[in-house]
Design a protein around this ligand. Structure first.
Ligand code: SF4
Length: 293
């Protein structure tokens, strides 16, 4: 039976003396009736696709609407030529998150983890982590199992779609998944993984889904940045021994409640928040006017 709580995963880890990633992998074998080799091959395939998507960014591309494109290239150039306030590593994470979000808006192949709108968060931290700290593909795949386990629990207790729970459910979930993945890469235990995920999710609680023109472009591309950077800080807090005062599963439940109470105009309808601002409305009118720019 698929895990319904992070506590359940933690308890299994402690009872069987296994890692968080192993507990998720064992559940996958049980759920899908596949061999360990098949399961890991699939996950390696996901990782390969993420790396290819990251490498395949084209700064010259613009989305059909003309709303996004080129920001990842600008950020990368800035990181290479200047001294980013957030430091070189975080600067690269920001570039990668923008790049993947833009690739999605420009219809390039991405890995929706957990959704296309939030596709930049996990690769931004994992691709750069591997480059910076030379983690092996096997270690990254272990981290992806951790991310998958967190995502699965969030999906079963709450939601991972902006249309159901607002952007907290998309970027928030992606950030929680990335935070847990980072903790495992750094050797953190199952409790630290859960608390990193909880802290990441808490920081984005209440985030509305308000895409301009209903397109997954503005503010989506840049929200991938906050999801990725938030994951880094939540992982560091957990690794420092800081815990969420609200238990991780209760944080997920709170996210569900907030999402349920959120006004429909703030759940991917493109009718509220930034989409309803004069600039938001004007931006989309321009894009649909022939020759408009
Ligand atoms: S604003 Fe909505 S569509 Fe855009 S990333 Fe967030 S949840 Fe997805």
């Amino acid at each position: 039976m698929a895990y319904k709580s992070l506590q359940e995963i933690e308890e299994r880890c402690r009872a069987e003396g296994i890692s968080f990633s192993e507990a998720v992998l064992l559940d996958d074998l049980n759920e899908r009736g596949v061999s360990r080799e098949d399961s890991r091959t699939t996950m390696h395939g996901m990782w390969k696709a993420m790396k290819e998507a990251s490498d395949g960014y084209d700064a010259a591309l613009r989305s059909n609407s003309g709303l996004v494109g080129g920001a990842g290239g600008k950020m990368r150039e800035y990181v290479e030529k200047e001294e980013p306030l957030s430091g070189g590593f975080v600067g690269k994470v920001i570039s990668s998150a923008l790049e993947m979000g833009e690739s999605n808006a420009c219809m390039k192949r991405i890995v929706a983890a957990p959704t296309a709108g939030a596709c930049g968060v996990l690769p931004a931290v994992l691709v750069n982590y591997q480059r910076e700290w030379k983690a092996s593909d096997e270690e990254i795949v272990d981290a992806l199992y951790v991310a998958a386990g967190i995502g699965q629990v969030i999906a079963s207790r709450a939601f991972i779609a902006g249309a159901l729970g607002g952007c907290q459910a998309e970027i928030g979930s992606a950030s929680a998944m990335a935070a847990g993945a980072l903790v495992t890469l750094r050797g953190g235990n199952e409790k630290q993984i859960s608390h990193a995920a909880a802290m990441a999710l808490k920081n984005l609680l209440g985030l509305v889904c308000d895409p301009v023109g209903g397109l997954v472009e503005v503010p989506c591309v840049k929200r991938n940045v906050i999801g990725a950077v938030n994951a880094l800080s939540a992982a560091d807090m957990a690794l420092a021994g800081i815990e969420s005062r609200i238990s991780p599963d209760q944080v997920i439940d709170a996210m569900r409640q907030v999402g349920e109470q959120m006004h429909p105009s703030l759940k991917e309808t493109g009718e509220g928040g930034l989409a309803a601002t004069p600039d938001g409305k004007q931006a989309i009118t321009k894009t649909v006017t022939p020759g408009g720019k």
